[in-house]
Ligand binder design. Structure first.
Ligand code: ADP
Ligand code: MG
Length: 253
């Protein structure tokens, strides 16, 4: 999609868990060529929201639109097929497998066939195309020197980048990242921010759920702040930082 086009739109998204309102009429959109960050204290409803905009869970009410298509009630594989890529809060890599194999899994998912199925009835032409796609994403993410390295033997920062490469192998229009900076060293955070800046310049829409304020403030174009399931602020990092309501929410947590 051209830069500035809305890729994902959540409208009045509400989620109730027996009495508790985890998301209360949340509105949020992510545009092509932007990094949008979703922040908020623990329990604010960030993960709940993430699950609903990736098809892991359904909203109680409200709509989620991906590239113009209404997604309510569709399974997560429908979101993936339409161009949503994501990473998880905890690294999910095949530790003993190489970086190449891990990233190839992402290309297989796009091809709508499981990794195992592809291995068992290997169609050589397709296999070669998927591996070529994986190599391309590995290069794009600066991982070429680790292409044959088992994923588990890389430092956490690089494992996170392998996960991003795997998501990119599905050729997404939007990338959802759940706390990508958590547990990373300073230099690893810098490398991650640099990659996300590059992907943004290439026109990807990026939504990041993140606790690390410094990371978010230096990277995001727009920030949405959740508290008790409700959006209390939306703006640029400077606007959000100067918002008294946001300071209160963080000091009070
Ligand atoms: P965050 O990711 O911002 O820390 P969550 O979305 O995980 O917040 O949680 C928001 C609120 O919803 C919390 O009070 C949490 O306990 C509650 N919650 C989340 N998932 C469930 C669930 N499956 N069942 C019941 N309550 C839940
Ligand atoms: Mg969470």
């Amino acid at each position: 999609p051209p830069a500035g086009q809305v890729v994902l739109q959540a409208k009045d998204v509400t989620k109730r868990f027996s009495g508790l309102v985890a998301n209360n009429d949340v509105n949020l959109d992510v545009k092509s060529g932007e990094v949008h960050a979703l922040i908020g204290p623990n329990g604010a409803g960030k993960s709940t929201f993430f699950n609903m905009i990736s098809g892991v869970d359904d909203p109680t009410s409200g709509t989620v639109t991906l590239l113009g298509q209404a997604m309510a009630g569709k399974p997560s594989r429908a979101f993936a097929a339409l161009g949503l890529g994501r990473t998880f809060q905890h690294v999910r890599l095949l530790g003993q497998r190489s970086v190449l194999e891990n990233v190839a899994v992402g290309a297989h998912l796009r091809a709508r066939r499981g990794w195992l199925a592809a291995m068992l009835r290997a169609d050589r032409g397709e296999e070669a195309a998927l591996l070529a796609e994986a190599r391309h994403q590995i290069e794009r993410c600066g991982l070429t020197q680790y292409i044959d390295t088992p994923a588990a033997s890389l430092p956490l920062g690089q494992q996170r980048i392998v996960e991003i490469a795997r998501a990119l192998a599905g050729q997404p229009s939007i990338l959802l990242l759940d706390e990508p900076a958590a547990g990373l060293r300073h230099l690893e955070k810098q490398a991650l921010a640099q990659l996300l800046t590059q992907l943004r310049a290439e026109g990807l829409a990026v939504l990041v759920v993140e606790h690390d304020m410094e990371f978010v403030m230096n990277l995001a174009d727009r920030i949405t702040v959740l508290e008790f399931g409700t959006v209390i602020a939306l703006g640029t990092p400077a606007e959000v930082q100067a918002n008294p309501r946001v300071m209160e929410a963080y000091l009070g947590s």
